[in-house]
Design a protein around this ligand. Structure first.
Ligand SMILES: *Cc1c(COP(=O)(O)O)cnc(C)c1O
Length: 239
């Protein structure tokens, strides 16, 4: 499942170079749009990478990791360094919420009121509070998870009653295109939707989770505060 093991020192050097390259890209994108680098948090997307590679990534200075499957995270997190912190970025089924609330500090992929409700109840039962992002299907692609844009405000209104979740912002995944500039309108739409919802709901919604390996610069120029980067840190994943 996790690919070949490599010696630790080789892994660390490899990661140090990749982490430095991604951080330099984030820094350049921030300065190009007059933003402070402190405004953008890197989520290292470690799906399909095992605990040895998480360990090397921690040694290279990464601390925040993103996983897209609860089952994979349940196996991996107990074997990974305790400094690592974890965000869930993939679709969550309600029957896995009880595990997710104990493994993750934040969930980027909340796509229904029912799921938000289940997370609130699960977090309360576990005695924790989670940060959550509402995932929005900005492009309207039928194959994608995410709330339609006009469903975001009603979910936010329901969230005012929930004590164990903090809705911190919005997340989106634009359709994949070779040219990252084609993602720009989707990122811009998420930001304007955030601005409208902030105005109408009173939630600050400070966070925008958008941008991946190939389009993080475009996302940062449109206001991303979390970029989720897998391939450019860990290499190409096995299919
Ligand atoms: C895999 C994944 C990423 C990372 O994608 P890369 O192109 O490898 O950087 C980001 N967000 C989500 C939701 C993912 O599933």
């Amino acid at each position: 499942m996790y690919g070949e093991r490599m010696s630790e020192s080789v892994l660390s050097e490899e990661f140090e170079d990749r982490v430095a390259a991604v951080q330099a890209r984030i820094g350049q994108a921030c300065s190009a749009s007059g933003r402070s680098i402190d405004e953008v948090t890197l989520v290292a997307v470690s799906k399909k990478n095992g605990p040895d590679r998480i360990e090397a990534a921690v040694q290279a200075g990464l601390t925040l990791f993103g996983e897209n499957k609860v089952q994979e995270a349940r196996a991996k997190i107990p074997l990974s360094p305790s400094q690592a912190r974890w965000h869930l970025i993939g679709h969550l089924q309600t029957n896995k919420v009880k595990y997710a609330v104990r493994l993750f500090e934040a969930i980027h992929s909340v796509d229904s009121e029912k799921l938000l409700d289940a997370i609130d109840q699960g977090a309360a039962a576990a005695g924790v509070t989670l940060d959550v992002f509402l995932e929005v299907n900005v492009s309207g692609e039928p194959s994608k998870f995410g709330l339609p844009p006009d469903a975001v405000l009603p979910v936010l209104e329901s969230a005012t009653q929930k004590m164990s979740v903090n809705v911190v912002g919005l997340m989106t995944m634009p359709p994949f295109t070779e040219d990252p500039e084609l993602a720009r309108p989707h990122f811009a739409r998420l930001r304007t939707l955030r601005d409208e919802c902030r105005e109408q709901s009173g939630f600050p919604l400070n966070e925008l989770s958008m941008g991946m390996s190939h389009d993080l610069e475009v996302a940062i120029s449109e206001g991303a505060t979390y970029v989720r980067v897998g391939t450019d840190l860990f290499g190409a994943r096995q299919k």
